[in-house]
Design a protein around this ligand. Sequence first.
Ligand SMILES: [Zn+2]
Length: 252
Amino acid sequence: MVVIVPTVVATDAPCTGLSVIYNDDKTFNSYLFYPKNPEAVIVDSEVIANAPVKFLVAGMGDALGTYFEARACDRTDAPSLESGGITRSAMALCRLCYDTLREYGAAAKKACECHVVTPALEAIIEANVYLSGVGADNGGLAVAHSFYNGLTALGGHSAPHGNCVAFGTLVQLVLERAPKKEFEEVQQFCMEVGLPVTLEEIGITKDEEIRVIAEKSCVEGESIHNMVSDVTPDQLYAAIVAADALGKEARA
Ligand SMILES: [Zn+2]
């Protein structure tokens, strides 16, 4: 029996039925899938309210990818992360995750900064841990998580997983030719809660680093290949540069 009691909500890992394996040099190795999810995940909201707010923000970044990555998988009939089909109920959880972030993200951050538990904070704890975790397991991953995995190839990066997934979500929307309104909505959310919209904010400043990320994100077996019309490293490089430029413009 597995019972998980997270003391931060910086990723959706607690509810998922898998572990992410990294090499000793912090580069991504693989996903290790388990036969079942944890029996229970127990989060004490008081503990989260007193944890550093950066963890809550990072968790919102990880949760931000959930709906868009699942939607990409659903469009191509790709298997879910747990290798099942993607159901309407899975998509409803993923959508609720995104809607909850937009509705309560900023208020939850404020509550955490004041170390108080509010309904908004509880809603975001649920989104970060449960909706995102169960959503991703039953939805699927696409560009945002491949972008993060590719980024680990640089070694020694310090940006949190969720912050990189948030930027990777913007990259995915560029590749998907998402409507301007949708892209700006996600970008605005990131700026509202303190998630990155530019590469510099996740510590990427050199062109050769972008090339490495683009190359490594597209290796065989990566979830980026769940996208409609496959993505090449050159296409991903272009999308990363474009998302960064749009972020710089929004920040100006
Ligand atoms: Zn994640």
